[in-house]
Write a protein that binds this ligand. Sequence first.
Ligand code: CA
Ligand code: CA
Length: 371
Amino acid sequence: MQSIVTAAVPAVLKLGTETLTTVAAPPWWPTALPSPDVTAAVVGAMVLLAALAVVLIVRVVVPVSVRLLRALRRGWRRVAPKSTFGKVMVIFSLLLVVVTAPTLVTLVDSKGALQDVAAGTGAIAEMDGDAVDLSKEATADGEPVAGTALPRPSPDRDGDRLLDDWERAGETPGGVPLPNASVGRKDLYVQVLYGRGIEPLDGSERADLRSIWAEMPVENPDGSTGISLHVVDERQLDRSVSAYEPDGETIRSRYDRDHLQGATCVYYQTTFGEITHPQMSGRGALGGYVSVVDGTATTVNGGRTDRVAFLTHELLHNTAGRVEGRPHTESGWLAPTYDGTNTRLSRETAADLEAGFALGAYEERRICGRT
Ligand SMILES: [Ca+2]
Ligand SMILES: [Ca+2]
């Protein structure tokens, strides 16, 4: 699969997608004051609408409400106990039902789906932000993937999920190159796919990416700090890649084995395409190997292009997974919004990375084939 073709289908259900770019002015904002004729027409229409609303309230809403209240009163007289004690007991029982309803819902909701939503996880929250938590999602055939963590690959001294032997050899047993790998320092190998019309990363963007990751306050077993990011493979696709609001399935399908050629679950893969949603700039699997980034975001902000910052954010979703149980942190690189200045790695995120790169259950079992 080489392209995402969902550009013409804006999502109907939008539960607040992440704002990664600061929109200077809403696109509907008028550039000049309207003419007096237009102003008069707008004011006239508003007066007319207000008059209609008044008529509606007086002729429909008020009579219906009065009738409803009378019906309720008649109903209450018919069913209410005669004694005062009886009436108090009925009211008390109703209050009890209201108070205990959340507990009853929890007991009935045996799979915990509603709790997941309330806690900020699950399918609904998955749309609320650019992070895609595939670890809790059902697979395409509806079979849920068990979330029990598997033992980490071993021996992997630095926790970058690349085995010590591979890093010493500079390649995997399957021959996937790992140039300049270090056994005691975390390495992050990234393959970048460019949709048609997207400018490849230039030299300064590449240097920015390397220094952003190298300067992260993540401690390594060899005593160094930071992560070595290697843009190890770049490919131009022969089709355009465009999406309005890429969902979990779209992201999942972007981990393209054809281009990885054996590097599945070794290289992180990002696709630079065009994301047409005005407030979304990328999405990445939460604890996974794949992301989609708006490659048209080449505006320089805070000394670096926005797309370099967006790719960093998505790669952090990939490698850190949840931080203290949440996809985003309040500030820093993993904050839900980017303003060009929040380029700091939170202590909690650094600790997660030091403990080893994360991987979701879906990726581990269905993509990487671990059991
Ligand atoms: Ca390693
Ligand atoms: Ca390493």
